[in-house]
Design a protein around this ligand. Structure first.
Ligand SMILES: Nc1nc2c(c(=O)[nH]1)N[C@H]1C(S)=C(S)[C@@H](COP(=O)(O)OP(=O)(O)OC[C@H]3O[C@@H](n4cnc5c(=O)[nH]c(N)nc54)[C@H](O)[C@@H]3O)O[C@H]1N2
Ligand SMILES: Nc1nc2c(c(=O)[nH]1)N[C@H]1C(S)=C(S)[C@@H](COP(=O)(O)OP(=O)(O)OC[C@H]3O[C@@H](n4cnc5c(=O)[nH]c(N)nc54)[C@H](O)[C@@H]3O)O[C@H]1N2
Ligand code: SF4
Ligand SMILES: [Mo]
Length: 708
């Protein structure tokens, strides 16, 4: 047996781990790496169980083809790739490249070489049809930045903050790149509190992070726009904002004041159930503290009017000037990238969707830039079911599970059944894999070399950390699994296409090595990759630089109240909640799962093997429900059956449930009650620009299901 140093790649934490590997190269045990300078021995339960992911009996080890009659056959990788390439070529010849779409799921973000090769593949075949969960989980952040502008030097950091205000985010269970550093987040929150930081949490349930809050606002879900707008009103009317910063960097201040005047604390109190006094108190605490930001998560990005709510929360940071200024330390310029100066200035809002390619069936443009940009994922089923020219006929799904993740599950599944070709690169027999014509099993994380590059380059991390890992375990004997970047390389060369990584056209005869790709990616890095290789546990390099002043000639300002935001605010003011429903279904994440992935299901206690429908005990009593009872959750004629679980931290009138569990809608009900909440999301009621539906605060009625 041997021990190898690497890092976990299930979520953004990318915790340093030590993997024990047996003589066959199989990982058998995982523990946190105490010598990792960031995570210092921390690994969550999913990470500790991650060896089992590699050896689980249900892992798919050879490519599978599903025939038209539903029968399946195991197939050699080369043959499966030949067939897929041939079918893709035929579809492109008939209907053009946009008939082929890519959905790259969460697991693709933690696979650096794959990430580098995916976009060149789509560019090589000429398709613009790229989709990912980013346009489901943080879409409003992209819209907000592209409408308001961003600050070139980034925001003030958590580790130097006097106050932090969290709207619908729970970083203790869900590590993220903004706000609380993603490594051992619970420790980070305690440390910050220890040095006197004030924590304000806004959530319909007393989440893990809310337990540390100085002020906890247990809101009625779905109305954070009112709350943030009221706080803005208080700050501006009491002159608590940073007026110098606003004079220099904000455009539209007067209009902002006029437009948000209607969002009074009294109005917000009525919408959110939080008293006006509490709202005023939170606003004053936030604005009068020296440093610190307001921060959001999926509780905001997934509600109706998410783009508006996100915009108003970010305006709290803008008016209080919570950004890094010239002369301040810029502690993480990103070790894997070239040295570049950062400036204390606003970067112009690009509003990409107003120019560039558009979808056919749905009225949406692209988010991010045209090159490597993406379309809103909620519109994917529309494009597949489209009757006119240019419909999507083939979908490559990699590192995701869209059949349970994408909103409006029934419509998604109907659309997938309509595809001429659905290919999943997927290690387990997921609902998406069960719908796929081909399932190509990938190497799993410990079987591949990697860099935490997306993560390490993130300037939101407080320190310039870098690590590189070799593959530390071997795929099971007799398996035929593919390195995922290689999947695209193999398809491209079969289709007669070249992959251009931006200055390096990959050879089509001999595949490059993982290291070749990493060396190319880091060719201009401030820290040469070989130096990083010399630190197997990872290292925090000394790269700190200073924020530079604004560049002469840059007069860009934050656009704080553009017309489309004002229009959304007006619609929000005139919106009314349907009186038809007794409860609101809200999103949340579970410790033991990362979306649909549970690293070692067999190790979990039966209690943790399903996603409970958490309800306040008073609501349970009123409905006559006991723990473990089945409860029908119905909204807009759609229904699912959940398993009730009493949770006193949940606000009354709320049912709090995680996502991406369960099977296909027409499969037998899961005995563990792993219901899929995407079934209840209406895909036809959406935000403009990014097609975001309301995924949290969905109106529902509850009814006990009598089984006795
Ligand atoms: N353990 C674990 N970690 C994960 C994941 C996982 O599944 N499990 N998933 C990963 C992914 S893909 C993502 S995108 C991130 C997400 O990271 P987060 O956005 O932090 O996700 P959650 O932990 O669900 O926290 C969202 C909070 O919003 C609250 N909320 C719900 N509705 C509302 C509302 O209307 N208003 C307000 N104010 N709050 C509301 C919920 O109660 C919940 O506490 O987590 C990542 N990390
Ligand atoms: N109703 C509702 N729906 C939601 C949400 C919600 O809160 N409510 N949350 C949304 C969010 S935040 C997200 S991010 C999406 C998640 O959307 P997806 O990213 O589509 O779903 P995941 O479950 O994360 O899929 C990851 C898949 O990758 C597989 N996998 C694991 N390791 C590897 C690997 O090394 N290679 C490959 N190729 N595959 C691997 C796993 O088995 C799993 O099937 O769901 C969204 N859907
Ligand atoms: S799953 Fe757990 S151990 Fe793995 S990176 Fe995320 S927090 Fe760290
Ligand atoms: Mo996500």
């Amino acid at each position: 047996m041997q021990e190898a140093i690497t890092f976990c790649r299930i979520c953004l934490g990318q915790c340093g781990v030590v993997v024990s590997v047996d003589d066959n190269g199989a990982p058998i045990q995982v523990r946190g790496d105490k010598a990792n300078p960031l995570t210092a021995g921390f690994a969550c339960g999913k990470g500790v169980d991650s060896a089992e992911m590699h050896t689980r009996p249900d892992r798919i080890l050879r490519p599978i083809k599903r025939n038209a009659d539903g029968s399946t056959e195991v197939m050699a990788l080369d043959r499966a790739l030949d067939e897929i390439a041939e079918r893709l070529t035929r579809i492109i010849d008939q209907d053009g490249p946009d008939a082929v779409a890519l959905y790259s799921g969460t697991a693709s973000y933690f696979n650096t070489a794959l990430f580098k090769v995916m976009t060149p593949f789509m560019r090589a075949i000429g398709s613009t049809r790229r989709f990912s969960p980013l346009t489901i989980d943080s879409s409003s952040m992209v819209v907000r930045a592209a409408r308001m502008g961003v600050w070139g030097a980034g925001k003030q950091r958590f580790d130097t903050a006097d106050v932090w205000m969290m709207f619908g985010v729970n970083p203790i269970v869900s590590p993220r790149s903004n706000g609380v550093p993603p490594f051992n987040p619970s420790r980070k929150v305690k440390d910050a509190k220890g040095r006197g930081m004030q924590l304000i949490v806004i959530d319909p349930r007393q989440s893990d992070v809310a337990r540390h809050a100085d002020q906890f606002l247990q809101v009625k879900p779905g109305n954070d726009a009112a709350l943030a707008g009221a706080m803005l009103n208080v700050i501006l009317s009491e002159n608590l904002h940073d007026s110098d910063f606003c004079v220099d960097h904000v455009e539209g201040m007067d209009r902002l004041k006029t437009v948000i005047a209607a969002l009074t604390p009294a109005f917000a109190a009525e919408r959110t159930g939080i008293s006006a006094e509490e709202i005023v108190r939170a606003a004053r605490t936030f604005a009068t503290a020296g440093r610190g930001c307001a921060d959001i998560g999926t509780g905001i990005t997934m509600q109706a009017f998410s783009n508006l709510a996100d915009h108003l929360v970010e305006l709290l940071n803008v008016v209080c000037g919570r950004y890094l200024r010239a002369g301040e330390e810029y502690s993480n310029p990103g070790p894997f990238g070239p040295r570049r100066e950062v400036h204390a200035e606003v970067v112009r809002p690009p509003r990409w969707w107003e120019t560039g390619p558009r979808l056919n069936a749905a009225p949406y443009g692209m988010l991010f830039t045209d090159d490597g940009g993406e379309f809103p994922t909620t519109a994917l089923p529309d494009e597949i079911l489209y009757k006119g020219d240019g419909r999507i006929r083939a979908l490559l799904s990699i590192g995701g599970n869209p059949a349970v993740a994408v909103p409006d599950q029934q419509r998604v599944v109907d659309a997938f059944r309509h595809l001429d070709l659905l290919v999943s690169v997927e290690p387990f027999p997921t609902p998406t894999a069960r719908l796929s014509h081909y399932v190509i099993p990938p190497k799993l994380m410990y079987e591949r070399a990697d860099l935490p590059i997306l993560f390490g380059q993130s300037t939101r991390l407080p320190v310039p950390f870098a690590q590189v890992t070799a593959a530390v375990s071997r795929p099971p004997a007799g398996s035929e699994v593919v390195a995922e970047w290689r999947f695209f390389w193999e398809l491209a060369r079969r289709m007669g296409k070249q992959l251009d990584l931006g200055g390096w056209v990959l050879p089509t005869d001999v595949p490059p090595s993982d290291d070749d790709i990493f060396d190319f990616m880091t060719r201009d890095a401030q820290v040469p990759l070989d130096e990083v290789r010399g630190h197997p546990h990872g290292h925090v390099f000394d790269l700190s630089q200073q924020v530079q002043p604004s560049r002469p000639g840059n007069h860009t300002r934050f656009d704080v109240m553009p017309d489309d935001v004002a229009e959304e605010l007006d619609r929000y003011l005139h919106s009314a909640e349907s009186g038809r429903y007794t409860h609101r279904l809200t999103v949340r994440r579970l410790r033991q799962a990362c979306n649909s992935l549970v690293s070692a299901p067999d190790k979990l206690s039966p209690k943790k093997r399903f996603n409970p429908a958490y309800l306040n005990p008073a609501d349970m009593a009123a409905l006559g429900l006991a723990n473990g009872d089945r409860v029908e959750i119905e909204g807009d004629g759609r229904r699912l059956v959940g398993i009730a679980e009493a949770d006193p931290t949940v606000r009354t009138g709320v049912v709090s449930m995680s996502h991406s569990w369960g099977g296909l809608p027409d499969e037998p009900e899961d005995p563990f009650g792993a219901a899929c909440t995407a079934l209840l999301v209406r895909g036809d009621v959406r935000e403009t620009i990014n097609a975001m539906p309301a995924m949290t605060a969905i109106g529902v009625n509850l009814r006990p299901v009598v089984t006795r």
